[in-house]
Write a protein that binds this ligand. Structure first.
Ligand code: GDP
Ligand code: MG
Length: 449
C-alpha cells in the first residue's frame, strides 16, 4: 500500500545523502518533496503541509549530532514525526475485566463481520473464552455469515430470535456471556452505505444496553480521505475508543492509514491485511513508520515467523541447538520441516515486503522471485522425500550412485541434488556458528518468548 510513498521518500533521502553538506535550501527542497509524496498518497493537503512544517521545526530545533550525517538526522526527524502521526504508542483493546464488551461499528462492507471473526480467532488462540453476538439483524445473510465464520473458528455465535430488536439481543448476549463466564463478547453490528440517524440511534441503544469498554470503528483504508470523514462522523455520534483499518493489502494509496489516527485522535488498534482470518495484525506506529520510510520491518517479520512456527517445532529446534552435539544434530529432516514452516508463514512476497530495501523491487520482479522460490522449495522437498531416512540423517553417505537414484526418484537433475546438499551443509555451518552464541539463540528459538 505504501510502495509509492516509500519509493518517493527513499529517493528524497538518497539525494540528500549524496550531498556532503546540507544547506537550508536542501532541507526546504526535501520538505517540499515529502509534502508532495504525502499528497500523492492521498493525505489531506493541510495535514501534509502541517507534517512537513513539523519535520522542519524538528530539524531546526535539533542539535547537530557529531558523527551522524545530516541527511540521516533529517530522516530520523521524519521518522519521529511520522510515528507521532500514526499514533505514537501501541494501544490495545481493553479486554481484561470479563466479560469485556467490544462493539464493532462501521459502514456496510468495510469488514466488520470479518474483523469480528478475526479478533475472536486471535483471542481464542490466547485462551480467551469468546462469544460473538450477531447484531446485524437487518440482513438475514449477515447472521448466517457470522455463524459460518464462528463454526470455522470454533467460537459460539448468538443469533437473534424472531422479533427481537438489537438492544434486546445485545442485553441477552451480555447476560449469556455473564452466565457462561465468557472473557469477551463481541458485538457485530449492521452498517449502511452512509451514516444516518436511524443507524446511529440503533447503535446508541445497543451501546446503552451493553455499556462496552470498546467502541471500535472498522473502516476500509481504501476509502482514502473519505475514511477520515466517516470516522469523524461516527466519533461525533458515538465516542470511539479505537479504530481497525481494513484492506491495507489493497492497492489504495494509504493516505487514510497515515493520517486517520492523527485526525481523529483515537488509536489504530489493528489492521486487516487480507481476506483470510489470520490476516489481522497489531498496529505498531513505530514499525509502520519505519516501513513507510523504507527502513524495513525486521521486527515484525521475526514476530510473524515466531507466531507461525508451531510451539512443538520450536521446542524441538531449541532442544536440538542446545543439545551437547549442538547444531551437528541437525538433519535433512529438520531442514525439510523448516522449509515447511517457511511455507506456512505465507507468501514469500509478504515476507519480502517487510525486509529493508525491498520496497524498491518492482512488483513484477517480486512476483518472479516468489514464483522461483516456491518452485525451488517444491523441488527441495521432492528431493528430500526421495531419500531414505538414513540418508536424511547422514547426508555424508550420499555417493554418486545414491545421488543419481534420488534425482531419478524426485524427477530432478543430479545437479539439483548436489545443490541441495551443498545448501544444507552451509546452513549447518551457519547454525554451528550461531550455536556458539548460545545465549542469544535461546532468545530466538527457546520457549521463553
Ligand atoms: P461488513 O459489511 O462490514 O460486515 O463487511 P464484511 O466483513 O462482510 O466484509 C466485506 C468484504 O470485505 C468481504 O468480502 C471481506 O472478505 C472483505 N474484507 C474484510 N477485511 C478485509 C481485509 O483486511 N482485506 C481484504 N482484502 N478484504 C477484506
Ligand atoms: Mg457484516
Amino acid at each position: 500500500m505504501f510502495d509509492k510513498l516509500t519509493q518517493a521518500l527513499s529517493n528524497t533521502f538518497r539525494s540528500l545523502r549524496s550531498r556532503g553538506h546540507i544547506t537550508e535550501e536542501d532541507v526546504d527542497r526535501a520538505m517540499r518533496e515529502i509534502r508532495l509524496s504525502l499528497l500523492e498518497a492521498d493525505v489531506n493537503f493541510k495535514v501534509a503541509r502541517d507534517f512537513a512544517d513539523r519535520v522542519k521545526a524538528r530539524c531546526i530545533g535539533e542539535k547537530v549530532l557529531e558523527g551522524i550525517r545530516p541527511a540521516d538526522q533529517i530522516a530520523k526527524a521524519t521518522y519521529d514525526e511520522l510515528r507521532e502521526f500514526l499514533g505514537r504508542d501501541r494501544h490495545d483493546f481493553a479486554v481484561d475485566s470479563p466479560p469485556a464488551r467490544v462493539l464493532l461499528l462501521g459502514l456496510h462492507g468495510n469488514g466488520k463481520t470479518t474483523t469480528a471473526a478475526k479478533l475472536a480467532r486471535a483471542w481464542k488462540a490466547q485462551g480467551k473464552n469468546v462469544l460473538l453476538a450477531a447484531c446485524d439483524i437487518r440482513r438475514p445473510a449477515a447472521v448466517e455469515q457470522l455463524q459460518i465464520l464462528g463454526r470455522e473458528i470454533g467460537v459460539d455465535v448468538l443469533a437473534p430470535e424472531p422479533g427481537e430488536d438489537v438492544p434486546a439481543l445485545g442485553a441477552r448476549a451480555l447476560a449469556a456471556a455473564r452466565a457462561g463466564m465468557r472473557d469477551i463478547v463481541l458485538f457485530d453490528t449492521a452498517g449502511r452505505f452512509q451514516i444516518d440517524e436511524p443507524l446511529v440511534e440503533e447503535l446508541r441503544q445497543l451501546s446503552a444496553a451493553v455499556t462496552p469498554q470498546n467502541t471500535v470503528l472498522v473502516v476500509d483504508a481504501a476509502l482514502g480521505q473519505e475514511a477520515v470523514d466517516v470516522a469523524r462522523k461516527f466519533h461525533e455520534a458515538l465516542p470511539l475508543t479505537g479504530l481497525v483499518l481494513t484492506k491495507l493489502d489493497g492497492d489504495a494509496r494509504g493516505g487514510a492509514a497515515l493520517s486517520i489516527a492523527h485526525e481523529i485522535g483515537c488509536p489504530i488498534l489493528r489492521v486487516g491485511t487480507g481476506e483470510k482470518l489470520g490476516d489481522l495484525e497489531p498496529f505498531h506506529p513505530d514499525r509502520m513508520a519505519s516501513r513507510i520510510l523504507g527502513m524495513g520491518d525486521v521486527v515484525s517479520l521475526v514476530e510473524k515467523v515466531q507466531s507461525t512456527m508451531d510451539e512443538k517445532t520450536l521446542r524441538e529446534m531449541g532442544e536440538k541447538l542446545a543439545a551437547p552435539q549442538g547444531p551437528k544434530g541437525l538433519t535433512l529432516e529438520d531442514f525439510l520441516s523448516q522449509m515447511k514452516q517457511v511455507k506456512k508463514i505465507g507468501s514469500l512476497g509478504k515476507i519480502l515486503e517487510m525486509l529493508p530495501c525491498v520496497p524498491s523491487i518492482p512488483q513484477e520482479e517480486r512476483e518472479k522471485m516468489e514464483k522461483e522460490g516456491a518452485q525451488k522449495m517444491k523441488k527441495s522437498e521432492a528431493i528430500i522425500q526421495s531419500m531414505t531416512p538414513g540418508e536424511r540423517r547422514k547426508p555424508e553417505i550420499l555417493n554418486a550412485s545414491r545421488r543419481k537414484r534420488i534425482a531419478r526418484g524426485a524427477g530432478v537433475e543430479v545437479s539439483d541434488v548436489n545443490e541441495l546438499v551443498r545448501g544444507f551443509r552451509q546452513a549447518k555451518q551457519m547454525a554451528a556458528m550461531l550455536g556458539k552464541r548460545k545465549g542469544r539463540m535461546r532468545g530466538m528459538f527457546g520457549p521463553g518468548r
